[in-house]
Design a protein around this ligand. Sequence first.
Ligand SMILES: O=C(O)c1ccc(O)c(O)c1
Length: 235
Amino acid sequence: MARDRDWQPAALTPDYKTTILRSPHAPLLHMPTALPEETGPVFGHDVLQPRDDDLILNYGAEGQAAIGPRILVHGVVADQNGRPLPDTLIEIWQANAAGRYRHHNDGYLAPLDPHFGGCGRVMTDTHGAYTFRTIQPGAYPWPNGPNAWRPAHIHLSILGPSFAQRLITQFYFEGDPLIPLCPIVNSLGNPAAVDRLTARLDMDRAVPMDMLAYRFDITLRGRHQTPFENRTAGL
Ligand SMILES: O=C(O)c1ccc(O)c(O)c1
């Protein structure tokens, strides 16, 4: 099924300032893929380490949990026909509870957490389902305007069976008042597309006395497809 480019964020959205310089200024070229991109490399369960799906514990010293609200995130990855996709690699990266990334380019004054790395990986199971544990990220300021703040979000990369099959996106948390103020969110022209990037509180999967749960389903292509992050929408 062809990608619906009107559903995806436009590459040039001037309110999101970095798109002005980096969006394509010439018409896109169609580059058909060939066997090398369509057949590999194949990622298997052997790429995962035991705590890759547990961002609460996978970075700190043994037994030291990261600081912040503990959450479980889960969902199903499905294709354009709603068929669940097993053995799909999901990579995760995010800021810590204070809104700071463990990255040398992040100069925000909020502290790093010595026990939080902010990266993880998980494979979908035979039912296309995934689950990981993490810390709810904080909102953070960014240099898009005098007082611009990103809503709390978690980045995901979903890799299909070959390199050319990749969806990179970021999801938000239901009820966050910063969502409608964000120019990156608003580069999605359609409220239904914003809805597709909003994880829902899921009390059925919350773990009593431990953590809340959020559900975020991912659909590749089709009418209800999960939108890309703006910076990859041109791909
Ligand atoms: O592309 C950017 O400029 C940009 C800035 C801040 C973010 O949180 C982000 O996801 C992208």
